[in-house]
Design a protein around this ligand. Structure first.
Ligand SMILES: [Zn+2]
Length: 686
């Protein structure tokens, strides 16, 4: 059931914050209930739904004009502000009702033209529908329960049984001028109604004040929820969730298979597997193939997920099986485009034929996207839409819009106009794993890659530092806490990365620590421990990464995007021994050799292997205490010590981070070590 989140305390606080102007106070309540709706993913998700308020404003002449505050496109209800509900002059919107038809472009234009603030965002494409419903507050959702009801074959009977005359049915029309007209006509046939049910689309309700309209949204939705609960069969018992070690190879293979239908050189997609009990029970259904062909629960989902998912039964989850299934999906998608594009009003550009959702039997529902955020949104919608399908089938059937209507929505002229605008960042879609990711150099490196659009996965010891680093990066990145020298730790960390994002493109093997002592008296165990961290961990991560690269690139070979890269944080110590640093330098010199050996072995597969030799960076290896001791031992101040190089300039973690990114982008460079030390002739490589 949906909770009613209205509290008088929050309403009062919002009004007080708005000041003394009654119009601002009324708008504050509009903002509040919009947010309350946005807080529940079973009401709206990811920019879906919209809300409005009819009010007045004072124009530049001091005259009072009637306006409609309507959600601006690009705003999400969950976090909306007053600026996200721009005011549009109501009178011209009302006049439009007399027109027989209006193109989407002309409608967007006239709505923009009548904004009181010309810098405001575009008013929603459902603006006219809101304008023509003569109630003060109007709310529109794509609630999960209503999507079940709206896609039933007997939607009219079920709606009447539940609501009597309180909800008016509007047959499916694509959002825009024609839908607004159909909704206004339907409203006028039953002006006492409390709301609308838009067939195959969603729910509207209204009221004289913010709370009344919001209460109706909740009450109506819960009426449908309880009706469904009475009819919902006992849930299937899902299989146990797959451990990362088992799901990772399937996901990495799937990622490569998906990429096989992308243009040459394109980045591989990011995946987001949802493996909750509901998703796992859903992908165990015997009727997945049939359900997959039916369409989407509400039209705008097609833009995020495509019109149908790729179904992968357990038997098809081999590299060859997945490649064949993705190729068949792409062929179907081209046929769908070729058969509907000629009927469109103008030329249409075909979108990527790659699936947006995968139903992976035994594992769950996978969202697919060019970025981690796009994959997350597709997975969220995929989860909701699975619940809608399961409930719909239990109470009469899931019968959404068909392919022709799907095409009109997916290839809407307003969406096509967005294509090709803005170049994606250079490393968009690349999954980058950084060991020691919570340390000074690791986190700086993670930030530098994230700034280029990459998706980061940090590996470090569990604890506050890792938690803080992950919080700093934000929700579309991930991490894994472990001691990287433990047995199997590297393979488990790489598997966790693949389970989270579907694969791995760049390993930054960075973690290290300096152990000290002279060789002549060095306890053997100190050297062995140092080898565990400063050599064997690099070796184990490189092995695990190379295995993942091979699983991923099986479908593309070397003709597509780079199959993977490995970057090592080596050390000046690998080539230029420092007194007392034998236990650090010996394994680092071995890691340097590892880098060159891997470059030699993996080059034929297109995998590049490079590294950085950095020196004298403030980090866990060079603490404030060590800096103080060394500078005083040399009789110089700390600044002079830190800038003790040819450039007389301190080298910071961000300089190392930038060098890692440069190597990652240097497409024809492998087996190379870049020096980031401000200049040190003794440590120069050649
Ligand atoms: Zn809608």
């Amino acid at each position: 059931m949906i909770a009613n989140l209205w509290t008088e305390a929050e309403a009062l606080a919002m009004q007080q914050a708005a000041g003394g102007d009654p119009r601002a106070r009324e708008l504050a309540l509009r903002v509040l209930t919009s947010r309350l709706i946005g807080r529940d993913p079973d009401l709206v998700m990811h920019g879906g739904g919209n809300t409005s308020l009819k009010s007045t404003a004072t124009d530049v002449f001091g005259e009072e004009v009637e306006v409609l505050h309507i959600k601006g496109s690009g705003w999400d209800l969950e976090v909306i502000e007053a600026a996200g509900l721009p005011a549009v002059r109501l009178a011209p919107l009302m006049r439009l009702r007399a027109l027989p038809a209006l193109s989407d472009e002309a409608m967007v234009n006239v709505q923009r033209l009548n904004l009181l603030d010309p810098s405001a965002p575009n008013p929603s494409v459902e603006t006219l529908l809101h304008a023509w419903i003569p109630h003060r507050y109007v709310d529109h959702t794509h609630a999960t329960a209503f999507l079940v009801l709206a896609n039933l074959p007997e939607v009219a009977d079920a709606t009447r049984e539940l609501f009597g005359d309180r909800l008016t049915l509007v047959p499916y029309v694509m959002p825009g001028f024609a839908l607004a007209k159909a909704a206004a006509d339907a409203f006028e046939c039953n002006p006492e109604a409390e709301g609308l049910l838009l067939v195959n689309h969603g729910h509207f309700a209204w009221g004289p004040d913010a709370k009344a309209s919001y209460d109706r949204i909740i009450d109506h939705t819960n009426l449908v929820e309880s009706w469904l609960a009475d009819r919902r069969p006992a849930p299937l018992r899902p299989a146990a969730a797959l451990p990362a070690a088992e799901s990772a190879p399937v996901l990495a293979g799937l990622r490569g298979a998906l990429a096989s239908v992308l243009p040459e050189g394109a980045a591989l997609p990011v995946l987001d597997l949802r493996a909750g009990a509901g998703e796992r029970a859903f992908v165990a259904r015997p009727d997945l193939e049939d359900l997959a062909t039916r369409g989407v629960a509400t039209p705008d989902h097609v833009i995020r997920t495509k019109g149908w998912p790729l179904v992968l039964r357990a038997g098809a989850q081999t590299p060859e099986g997945m490649r064949a299934a993705v190729a068949a999906f792409a062929a179907d998608y081209r046929r769908y485009f070729d058969s509907h594009a000629p009927l469109a009003a103008g030329p249409r550009t075909m979108l990527s034929p790659m699936p947006g959702l995968v139903w992976l039997e035994g594992a769950g529902i996978v969202g697919v996207g060019a970025t981690a955020a796009a994959a997350r949104i597709a997975a969220d919608i995929g989860g909701q839409s699975a619940r809608v399908r399961a409930d719909g089938e239990a109470v009469g059937g899931f019968h959404p819009i068909g392919p022709a209507d799907l095409f009109d929505m997916e290839y809407w002229s307003l969406e096509q106009a967005k294509l090709g605008k803005g170049k994606p960042p250079a490393l968009q879609g690349r999954v980058v794993l950084v060991t020691g990711g919570a340390g000074a150099i690791g986190l700086a490196t993670a930030r530098a890659f994230a700034a280029q659009g990459a998706t980061l996965f940090l590996v470090d010891r569990p604890g506050e530092a890792l938690d803080a680093a992950l919080a700093a990066l934000g929700r579309d990145h991930g991490g894994h806490g472990c001691d990287i020298t433990g047995p199997g730790a590297a393979a488990a960390a790489v598997a966790a990365c693949v389970a989270r994002f579907g694969g791995l493109d760049i390993l930054v093997s960075n973690a290290g620590a300096a152990m000290t002592g002279d060789v002549a008296t060095l306890p053997e165990q100190v050297l062995r421990d140092s080898f565990e961290l400063n050599f064997f961990a690099h070796f184990a991560f490189a092995q695990a990464a190379a295995a993942t690269f091979r699983t991923q690139s099986g479908a593309r070979g070397v003709r597509g995007a780079e199959p993977g890269q490995i970057l090592f944080n080596v050390s000046k110590q690998a080539v230029n021994p420092g007194k007392g640093f034998a236990a650090y330098g010996l394994p680092k010199a071995t890691t340097f050799f590892l880098l060159r050996q891997l470059a030699l072995e993996l080059g034929g597969e297109g995998v590049r292997v490079n590294g950085i030799n950095a020196d004298r960076i403030r980090s866990g290896l060079l603490t404030p205490g060590m800096i103080a001791a060394r500078s005083s031992a040399r009789g110089v101040d700390e600044g002079t010590y830190m800038a003790g190089n040819l450039l007389h300039a301190e080298v910071e973690a961000r300089h190392v981070a930038d060098a890692f990114v440069m190597l990652a982008r240097a497409e024809r460079t492998t087996g190379h070590v870049m020096t980031v030390d401000g200049g040190n002739i003794e440590a120069a490589l050649r």
